[in-house]
Design a protein around this ligand. Structure first.
Ligand SMILES: [Zn+2]
Length: 86
């Protein structure tokens, strides 16, 4: 309810995730890392405007551009809380 921890995408990022995988990142995106442990290469970009992370994937089974899920640390915390309430 109410405020959510997830950052809100800026307009450029909103447009970015609708773009084709072969199109480059918008001007506010900075490459942070590349992950090649998947079938396709995944490149992570951080947005200077809104602070979210976008992933560009070369894996045709995945969306070309997508927003990165919440950080593993946060997910871990939620799992611990869920377990405590179980
Ligand atoms: Zn952005």
């Amino acid at each position: 309810m109410g405020l959510q921890a997830a950052a809100v995408r800026c307009r450029a990022c909103q447009l970015q995730i609708c773009k084709s995988r072969v199109q480059g990142p918008h001007a506010g995106l900075t490459e942070v890392k590349t992950d090649e442990s998947h079938p396709g290469r995944e490149t992570f970009f951080s947005c200077q405007a809104c602070g979210i992370t976008l992933i560009n994937s070369t894996d045709l089974a995945k969306q070309g551009w997508r927003q990165a899920p919440t950080t593993p640390a946060v997910t871990q915390l939620h799992k611990q809380r869920a377990a405590a309430h179980a």
